[in-house]
Design a protein around this ligand. Structure first.
Ligand code: PGA
Length: 264
């Protein structure tokens, strides 16, 4: 779906459904999302809408979207660094592609924190995904509250980005999601001003790593709702948003979509 320039595409609205919906609930949510997208299609045409259901729901969601090209793209929430083999419980990047995904979230903080994913593991996942598939990685980075309070935001972002993006081939599109851990599932997101500072630093790092502007998008994630979404999309603060909790509640997500569809 990308042209040569990732930025010639539209701002990203990425829905991370996490493990919030069972397969029948996910296909129901996808059905109503398709209806919502049709209803506000004129306004929503200006965005790239990506939904990342849990793995066991991808196939059903893809069936809802149908074979023809849909304005809603699918993404995985994680995948392994091999395509096949004796890796019990892991997810093949090739299978994601065959199931209809065009994106995949990698390095989400919940995986880093709860499942012990390390920078080295995320590096292998990003490298393999880029080498073996045409999926676009959505690489999550972000600091904890403790790291922020001790003035380590830049050093944490630098370490995570250098590791995750060091084997991205030339001319490969990458989406980086800045998700400060303390702002995920919280009451309030980061302020747009603080967000802009962190995103500018991420852009600087990506540039230094040889990922030119036309091949990268940097989005914000963490407690984005219909009330706050515009503050991250307007005035060029970010190239889009990654929405977690609010995206798996249909009423809330549709109201977010209605909000962004209506801005001129
Ligand atoms: P949240 O999650 O929107 O619920 O804060 C974002 C994420 O974890 O991707």
């Amino acid at each position: 779906m990308f042209q040569n320039n990732i930025m010639s595409t539209r701002p990203f609205i990425i829905a991370n459904w996490k493990m919030n919906l069972l397969p029948d609930e996910a296909s129901q949510a996808m059905n109503s999302l398709v209806a919502c997208q049709k209803r506000y299609s004129k306004g929503l045409e200006r965005y790239s809408l990506i939904v990342c259901p849990s793995h066991e729901s991808i196939s059903r969601c893809n069936n809802v979207l149908g074979k023809k090209s849909s304005p809603i793209a699918l993404g995985g929430q994680d995948c392994f660094w091999h395509d096949k083999g004796a890796f019990t419980g892991e997810i093949s990047p090739i299978s994601l592609e065959r199931l209809g995904c065009t994106y995949c979230i990698l390095g989400h903080s919940e995986r880093r924190e709860i499942l012990g994913e390390t920078d080295a593991m995320i590096q292998k996942k990003v490298a393999h995904l880029c080498a073996a598939t045409s999926l676009t990685p959505i690489v999550c980075v972000g600091e904890s509250r403790k790291e922020r309070n001790s003035g380590r935001v830049r050093s944490v972002l630098k370490r995570q980005l250098r590791s995750a993006l060091s084997h991205v081939p030339r001319r490969r599109h990458v989406v980086v999601a800045y998700e400060p851990i303390w702002a995920i599932g919280a009451r309030h997101p980061i302020t747009p001003k603080e967000c802009a500072v962190a995103l500018a630093y991420i852009h600087e790092q990506c540039q230094g790593l040889g990922i030119p502007r036309m091949y990268r998008a940097v989005v914000y994630g963490g407690s984005v709702t219909h009330d706050t979404v515009l503050s991250f999309l307007t005035k060029g603060v970010s190239d889009g948003v990654l929405v977690g909790g609010a995206s798996s509640k249909s009423a809330e997500f549709h109201s977010l979509l209605r909000t962004i569809a209506k801005i001129v």
